[in-house]
Design a protein around this ligand. Sequence first.
Ligand SMILES: Nc1ncnc2c1ncn2[C@@H]1O[C@H](COP(=O)(O)OP(=O)(O)OP(=O)(O)O)[C@@H](O)[C@H]1O
Length: 643
Amino acid sequence: MEVLLHESSTATVGNGREKTDSVYPSKPMVTADPEKAFFENAKFSMLPQRSPVDILFENVTYTATEGNICTKKRQKEILHGVNGRFPPGQLIAIMGPSGAGKSTLLDVLSGYKMTGVGGTVYVNGMPRNLKSFRKSSCYITQDDRLQPLLTVEENMAVAADLKLPTTMSRRQKNALIDEILETLGLMKSKPTKASGLSGGQRKRLSIALELISNPLVMFLDEPTTGLDSSSCSTCIKLLKELASQGRTIICTIHQPSASLFELFDLVYVLSAGNCLYQGSAQKLVPFLSDCGFPCPQYHNPADYVIELSCGEYGDDKIDTMIRATANGTNLSYFKEPDKLAKIQLMRAADSGQIEEEDGELAATSKWNQLKVLLRRGYIKAKRDTTLTYLKIGANIIVGAMLGTLYFKAGIDGSKTLGNYNLLFSILMHHMMSTMMLTILTFPSELSILIKEHFNRWYSLKMYYLSVTLVDLPLSTLCCFLFTIILYTMTSQPMELLRFSMFFLISLLVVFVANGFGLSIGAYFNVVNGTFLGPILSIPMMMFAGFGVRLCDLPRYMYWGSYISYLRFGLEGIVQAIYGMDRGVVDCPDAEMYCHHKYVKKLLKDVGVRADQFDNDVIALLLFTFVLRITAYVVLRYKLISIR
Ligand SMILES: Nc1ncnc2c1ncn2[C@@H]1O[C@H](COP(=O)(O)OP(=O)(O)OP(=O)(O)O)[C@@H](O)[C@H]1O
C-alpha cells in the first residue's frame, strides 16, 4: 500500500502510525500515481493515510425474521440478490421509494447487520474482513445520536480522546478539532450545547465526530431528512468535498431535488429489494431512454425514476430496468466504465477462511476509554437536572416528609410498630425511586451507546464500568442526605454504629435497585420498562416478611423470600435499629400502656429476625453483583441481537 508523503516531517506514533509535526501540513507532494490523487486535497492529513476503499458486492440478500416466541416465525426476504460497485472518491446515493430496502442495504454493506445476510461483499477485491473494515469505516445514523448536554467542543473532545492515539498532544487534537469544525462550518457553535443546535448543525456535528478518525468509508442513513433545502445542499456539498478527498461516501436519500441529484457521482436505485439502476447521475436519462421510457422534458430525473420504481407506470417497467442493470452487475452506465479496472476478486472459496484481524476494535486503551467516559459522565451528571438535581431534591423532600410524619417515633415506646412501618417505607423509597429513575433514563442512553459502540469509540465493558462508577457518588450522596434527615427527625438511636449499619443497608438496597433497573432498562423501552419494573417489584414486597410474616408463609412459597432483596434489607435495617440488645424503648407517659416498648416483643410480633446482619449484608452484596452482571449480559445480548 502506498502512502502519500507530505513535505512536513513525519514521525511514528503509537502502533506504528504516522503523524506530521504540523497540524496544518504544507502542500502535499504531487504524486504521479492517480490513485494517490484521491488524497492530494486531504485536509485532515495529520492522520494516517491508507489506500482508498473500493466496495463490490455480489448477490447480496437479506432475510428478516418476523414474529416472536408467541407467534409463528416467518422469514421475509428484503434484498433479492443485489449486486453493485462503489468505487472510492465518489459520493454515492442509494435511492428508492419508502420500503425499497435502502437502509437495509446500507446496514448490510456497513456490517451493521450480520444475521440473515447472504452474498459477498468485497473490499479492494478481497472478501470483506469485518473487523478491519469497521476500523476504516463509520456509520452515521438518520437520527443524530449526540450527547445533548455536552457542547460541540466537548462532544468533539470526547470523540478525539477516544478515537485518536493517546500519544497525540492536546494541542494537536484541538487543532484537528478546529480544522474539522472550520470545514463543517461549526466554529461559531463550539460553545453551544448539542441540544441547542439546529437540525443541519446536528447533522454536521454527527459527521464531524466521525471525521476525527479520518474514515475511508462513510455510511450515512438519510443525511438530508428533516433539513431545509439550503441545509440539504450544504450537507451534500460537504459530503462531496469529503468524497473528493478519496473517501467512499455512501448515503441513502429519498427523493433529491434536481440540483442535489446532480451533485452525486453515482446513483444506485432500489425498488422492493432489487437494483433498478446503477451508474452516474448524468447517465440516468440515457439509461431510461435505452430502456424505452425516456424521462419527460423538464422532469427531474430523480423524481421520474422514483415514480417508475414505485410502479406508477406499471410493474413491467420495473422488470425491464432490473433486467437492463442485471440487478446491479451492469457497470456500463458509470461515468468512465473503461477506467473501472476490473478488480481481481479473490473468491471466498479460493482464499479459504478469511482471517480475522487480531486486536481491539477501539482505537485507545481500555484505561483511556474509562478515563474519558468517566469525565464525560461527570460533566453530564453535573448538568443533568433530571438525573442529578431531581434525584437530590426528591431524596431531601421525601426524607423531610417521612421525618415529619414519624417525628421522634424512634424514641417513643408507643410508636415502635409505626417506626417499624417507617423502616419498610424507607426501603420502598430507595427501591422505587432508584429503579424507576434508571428505567426511565437508561433507554435514552442506549441509542447513543449503539452508535458509538458500533463506530468503535469504546468497548462495552468500559462503558458499563463508567456508568456504574459515575452513578456511585451521586447515589451515595442522595442516600446519605435522605438518611441523615430522616434519622435525626425521627430520633433513631444516636449511636455511630447503629447509624452506620442503617446507612449501609439503605445504600445496598439502592445499589440492588439500580442493578434491577439497569437489567430492565437495558432490554425494554421506557413504556414496557415502567410497566415491568413495578410488576416485578411486587414479589419483592410480598416475600419481604412485611404484612405476611416469613414464618406464616406457606412452606411451598418460602423460596420466594430468598429472591426478595427487600427481605434482607428489612432484616438488616431492623437489626440496625432494634438489634444488639436494645432492650426497652421508653414510653412518653409512664401511665400509658405501651405494648411494643419491649423490643423483643416487637420483633416476635412482626416475625423479623434481627440477628442476621452479616448474612443480610452478604446477601445484598450478592444481589448487587448478580444484577450488575445480568444487566451487562442483557446489554451485550441487546447489542448483538439488533445486528
Ligand atoms: N427486521 C425486519 N423485520 C421485518 N421487516 C423488515 C425488517 N427490517 C426491514 N424490514 C422491511 O424491509 C423493507 C425495507 O426496509 P428499509 O428500512 O430498508 O426501507 P427503506 O428503503 O430504507 O425505507 P425508508 O426510506 O422508508 O426508510 C420494509 O418493508 C421494512 O418493513
